[in-house]
Design a protein around this ligand. Structure first.
Ligand code: C2E
Ligand code: CA
Ligand code: CA
Ligand code: CA
Length: 275
């Protein structure tokens, strides 16, 4: 029994070591990818339901490593958050996508807005406001064309501080949306205190529409809640005509999802806009 136990521990610590090594490897490669501009911004169209037109795009990061292949953001974003690289990643995405938007504006391709994900961790450091100011100056993109997507988890860090930062972001003219709405926070009281423009209904509520009665109820309740609070509402992860029909009937403002388009590179996004 004793030796078995020891083997077990040895195996376990081997596994831990392997995991730790993998982490260090990924971290190093992510650092290099950032340095060498190896990350890519993809764009997923956001559609105005009433007109059927593209009104914006969400910026989603992609990372293809020469040796490791495609590494999804669900892996490297949490990694970046835990090792502190998220601030670098976050500022890279912001600069890169705003520069792209400026190019499109100059070419007469826009105007539409860009929704950019901001990690809760970015609210924990003082540099976010300075970064936003700098990007607006550098790229000369109109602030109202930028929307930041923030998850409810940002409020868990330090609600008062986050509210103060959001108010300053708002004062700059940048729009604010709550991402993955309905999945995070226990109290909705923050909705009154945050200077928000939009709610994004999480994909998991949309996924089983039209079969799931509960999800339909939740979705229509979120739409009503948003409108009562003078917020726009967007449904994520729309994959079928039935889902879109339900959202249209409920008066949802916008949607995004594979039904219209997956996230695509900048050149494909332009082709889609011109179609
Ligand atoms: P998210 O912000 O909730 O982004 C939506 C995710 O749903 C994206 O996954 C998108 O590709 C996927 N999606 C969109 N439409 C559909 C659909 O119709 N069906 C299905 N099944 N999925 C759909 P992705 O690109 O893998 O990103 C995953 C998460 O990684 C994002 O979730 C976001 O939390 C994070 N992320 C991505 N880019 C960034 C970034 O630049 N900064 C930060 N902080 N996080 C990012
Ligand atoms: Ca998002
Ligand atoms: Ca989301
Ligand atoms: Ca999500």
């Amino acid at each position: 029994v004793k030796s078995e136990g020891r083997n077990h521990i040895a195996l376990y610590s081997d596994e831990l070591t392997a995991q730790a090594k993998q982490r260090v490897l990924l971290e190093t490669r992510l650092r290099n990818a950032l340095k060498q501009d190896k990350l890519q911004c993809y764009y997923q169209p956001q559609i105005d339901i009433a007109s059927g037109k593209i009104m914006g795009a969400e910026v989603l990061l992609r990372w293809h490593d020469a040796e490791l292949g495609h590494i999804p953001p669900s892996v490297f974003i949490p990694l970046a958050e835990s090792c502190g690289l998220i601030h670098h990643v976050g500022s890279w995405v912001l600069q890169q996508s705003c520069r792209q938007l400026k190019t499109w504006l100059d070419q007469g391709i826009a105007p539409f807005s860009l929704a950019i994900n901001v990690s809760a961790h970015q609210f924990n450091k003082d540099q976010l406001l300075g970064l936003l100011e700098q990007v607006l100056i550098d790229t000369a993109v109109p602030a109202h064309l930028i929307e930041l997507e923030v998850t409810e988890s940002a409020l868990m860090i330090n609600e008062e501080r986050v509210i103060a930062i959001m108010q300053q972001i708002k004062a700059m003219g940048i729009r604010l949306a709550i991402d993955d709405f309905g999945t995070g926070y226990s109290s909705l009281s923050y909705l009154k205190r945050l200077p928000l423009d939009a709610l994004k209904i999480d994909r998991r509520f949309i996924e089983h529409i039209p079969q799931a009665h509960d999800d339909k109820q939740i979705t229509s309740a979120i739409i009503a809640l948003a409108h009562n609070m003078n917020l726009k509402v967007l449904a994520e992860g729309v994959e079928t005509a039935e889902q879109l029909a339900f959202l249209t009937q409920q008066g949802c403002d916008y949607y995004q999802g594979y039904y219209f388009s997956k996230p695509i590179p900048a050149n494909e996004f332009v082709a889609l806009l011109q179609r």
